[in-house]
Each structure stands twice: as structure tokens, then as C-alpha cells.
Design a protein around this ligand. Structure first.
Ligand code: HEM
Length: 406
């Protein structure tokens, strides 16, 4: 089984350019392209440069791809093209991936001690009155990550410089920036050394302290900062928008379901990308060595056969339970998001701080826009606090997502 061409010819494929295949459409509007592909069947082909690519949507496909790190490799997949993400555990393949995660998982799971400092970072910037939630979320997540990882001691200007291309999306985020990268690595080394010498701030109870003796922690923190930034910021912005549009879900005991539902509708990491190390087969379809293979939370999370009224914002569905391999905002399997617990902690604390006062969506453009991750297009104007002039008599809240029935 060495053929690379017979593999995908039987699969449906959206219309593409005769020469460039789907490259142009993928660069321009990957969400539309993926949704069109998914409408053709549970497995479809994309034509990307040099190699065919297969995208699958079913839970069985997700399980097939995401559990098997020997066949489905990270090196050579899409993150290799994104300088911010190309490194550390993200590009570590089996068998080394397992021991790497064994080193990294405990510090990223045992994070309750970070909550207080994260909350202080949000409390210092809680908005009042009218505010723009996308920009606020971006700046607040930077401050919260800085607090969690470095007790706020990472120079804010350098952090801004480093993360800016991720805010700008494609193509900016694809351009290597060796000078900034070197400066970030140098600063990370300084931060880690201070903690190794036990001279770190606050007795050393931040994430950098927990990683100080992990080999190559510099690179793990560098890619962790990038992987945790826009994903969390965009999720937070959407949470604020949906909660501002659906006040019934604002009470603390209902928020977890609302956050889950936001992540179902708008998973920022909308595509997990792998490359096959050997030829393999799935449900009779041969997949040649070197094929790009994708799972997509964006597509699986809205499959009508898995979710009633999939485009509808209905956090109540999480109270009724979710089937395995059907809900993948943080992916699943051995490569499941390293920072999922941290992301939830940051989002919980930010929402809790903001929702000490009522929140209301005013206007804006929440439609999804894809770059390296999916973001709300913005701006997102919200009102925080008791403002009688704007309260109950006003028209019904804006639709959270023009493509989504509220
Ligand atoms: C809402 C926020 C987040 C979302 C939606 C998210 C989503 C994801 C997804 C879907 C993957 C799997 C990608 C794949 O299968 O190729 C992933 C992996 C990863 N995430 Fe997150 N993430 C979030 C926050 C974070 C945070 C806060 C951090 C760290 C500070 C982080 C660090 C990582 C790392 C290092 C990996 C690679 C794990 C591996 O390859 O073993 N993420 N994330």
C-alpha cells in the first residue's frame, strides 16, 4: 500500500482551482471551505500543495486519528508552518511525546494555586459601563497569562511584541521573526534561572516555577504562551458576548454549561492537523503515507446527527451529557490541550470578575473570522453595570452570531 494517488480520488471534494486546488480558498475563508466540504460527507478531500489532505468529521474518525500518535505525526503538519507554535511538545512526536507530557501535565493540571494571582490581574482591569469585549479580552488574557506563568514579571512590551502577529492572523502569523523570538527566549531563560536559584518572585508559586527544572522549559513556555493566548482571548470574548445576550446563563452555577456551549459553537482551534507516517486505512479508504489528515472541532461540534439544532445556543444540552469523541474544543487523546485547565481557570476568573455586575450585549459583529484560530470579527460592545436608561425597555438582544439562531 504505497500509492499516494488512489487514496482520496473516491472522496468528495468542494470545487477548487484547477492548478492551486483549495489553497486560495483555504487561505481566504477556511471556515466556509470546511463547512462546504462537510456538507458533502463525513470524509472529504482538500487539494493542498504537494500532498492530498483528508478531513473527517465523525466521532469514529476523531478517535481513529487522535489516539494514534505513531501513524499521525505532528511534524510536517500545519503547526510546523506557524513559527509561534512550531516547537516544544507541539512538534514532539511519539514515542518522545509521551514522556514529554508526563513532565508537563502535572504543572499544568495542579494550578489551583494560580487562581488568586490570576484574579488580581483581572480585578485590576474590570471594565465598567460601555466596553469593547474583544480588545478587552485580548489585553486581559495577556495580563492573566503573565500573572499565571511569571507572577506578572514578564516585560509587558516584549509580550505584546511577541503575541501581536497572532492577533493579526494570517499571513502575519506565518512570518518568522527571529529577533523577537530570540528576545523572548532570552527573557524566558532569565525568568527560569531566577526560579531555579529560588530567587523568583513570590516564593516561586507560578507556572514558570513549576517548570523551572523541566528540560527545555524555555521552549515549552514560548509555545505555551502562544498556544494559550488567542485561543483563550477569543473564547473569553465570545463568552462575554453570549452571556451578555442570554442573561439567564449569567449566574455562576450556570456558567460552566454556557462556556462549554460557546466552545462548541466557536472552538478557536478549529483544525487539528497531522501527517501520516505510514499508509493506513479508515472504513475502506486507503490513506497514503505523507497525507495531511485533519480533524475539526468546528465541524464535529455542529454535526446534526450528534447535536439537536446544532446552530442554536443551548447550554442546557451539556446538562444532558455528551457522547465520546463528539465534542473536541480542546481536542482529545494523548495530544489533548495541555492548557485546558489553565484556560478554564482564566475564563472562569475573568467572567466571575465581570459578572459581579449585570452584563448586556449592545451591538457588534460576532461572526466568526478564521486566522490561525477562529475569532469573533468584532467589535463587540457590551454594557456592564446597572444602567436604567439601557435596561428592560430596550429591544431584544442582538443575535450572538448571524449564522446562529439565538
Ligand atoms: C480556550 C482556550 C484553548 C483552546 C480552545 C485550546 C485548544 C487546543 C487544541 C484543539 C489543541 C490540540 C491541537 C491538536 O490536536 O493538534 C491544543 C493543544 C495544545 N494547547 Fe491548547 N487550547 C487553549 C488554551 C491553551 C492554553 C491556555 C495553553 C497553555 C498555556 C495551551 C497549550 C497547548 C499546548 C502546548 C498544546 C499541544 C499539546 C500537545 O501537542 O501535546 N492551550 N489546544
Amino acid at each position: 500500500m504505497t500509492s499516494t494517488t488512489s487514496t482520496t480520488t473516491t472522496l468528495p471534494s468542494p470545487p477548487g482551482h484547477p492548478v492551486w486546488g483549495h489553497l486560495g480558498r483555504f487561505a481566504e475563508d477556511p471556515v466556509a471551505l470546511l463547512r462546504e466540504g462537510a456538507s458533502l460527507g463525513p470524509l472529504f478531500e482538500l487539494r493542498l500543495p504537494r500532498r492530498p489532505a483528508i478531513v473527517g468529521t465523525s466521532p469514529a474518525w476523531n478517535r481513529f486519528v487522535l489516539r494514534d500518535l505513531e501513524t499521525f505525526r505532528s511534524r510536517g503538519s500545519l503547526p510546523s508552518l506557524v513559527p509561534h507554535l512550531a516547537g516544544g511538545v507541539i512538534l514532539t512526536d511519539a514515542p518522545a511525546h509521551r514522556s514529554r507530557r508526563q513532565q508537563l501535565d502535572p504543572p499544568f493540571r495542579d494550578i489551583e494555586g494560580l487562581r488568586r494571582r490570576v484574579r488580581a490581574a483581572v480585578d485590576a482591569r474590570v471594565p465598567s459601563g460601555d466596553f469593547e469585549a474583544l480588545g478587552w479580552s485580548i489585553e486581559t488574557v495577556k495580563a492573566m497569562l503573565n500573572a499565571a506563568m511569571f507572577s506578572g514579571g514578564f516585560p509587558a512590551g516584549l509580550l505584546d511584541d511577541y503575541l501581536r502577529p497572532l492577533e493579526q492572523g494570517v499571513p502575519s502569523a506565518l512570518i518568522p521573526r527571529p529577533l523577537v523570538r530570540r528576545a523572548v527566549r532570552r527573557e524566558l531563560a532569565v525568568q527560569l534561572r531566577a526560579r531555579q536559584d529560588r530567587t523568583g518572585p513570590d516564593g516561586g508559586s507560578d507556572l514558570a516555577s513549576a517548570l523551572a527544572h523541566v528540560p527545555d522549559a524555555v521552549e515549552e513556555l514560548r509555545v505555551g504562551l502562544a498556544a494559550g493566548f488567542d485561543t483563550t482571548a477569543h473564547t473569553l470574548a465570545w463568552c462575554l458576548w453570549y452571556l451578555g445576550s442570554h442573561a439567564a446563563w449569567q449566574p455562576v452555577e450556570r456558567r460552566r454549561a454556557a462556556v462549554n456551549e460557546v466552545l462548541r459553537l466557536h472552538p478557536p482551534g478549529f483544525l487539528s492537523s497531522r501527517k501520516t507516517a505510514v499508509t493506513t486505512a479508515f472504513e475502506g479508504v486507503v490513506i497514503a503515507q505523507g497525507t495531511h489528515v485533519f480533524t475539526s472541532p468546528l465541524l464535529t461540534n455542529r454535526l446534526p446527527e450528534l447535536w439537536d439544532e446544532p446552530d442554536r445556543f443551548d447550554p442546557g444540552r451539556f446538562e444532558r451529557g455528551v457522547r465520546g469523541w463528539s465534542y473536541l474544543p480542546f481536542s482529545a487523546g494523548p495530544r489533548t490541550c495541555l492548557g485546558a485547565h489553565l484556560a478554564r481557570l482564566l475564563i472562569d476568573e475573568a467572567l466571575d470578575a465581570v459578572l459581579q455586575e449585570p452584563l448586556r450585549a449592545i451591538d457588534g459583529d460576532p461572526s466568526p473570522h478564521a486566522g490561525i484560530t477562529i475569532a469573533p470579527t468584532g467589535p463587540l460592545h457590551l454594557l456592564r453595570g446597572h444602567h436604567p436608561a439601557a435596561a428592560p425597555t430596550s429591544p431584544s438582544p442582538p443575535s450572538p452570531d448571524p449564522g446562529v439562531r439565538p
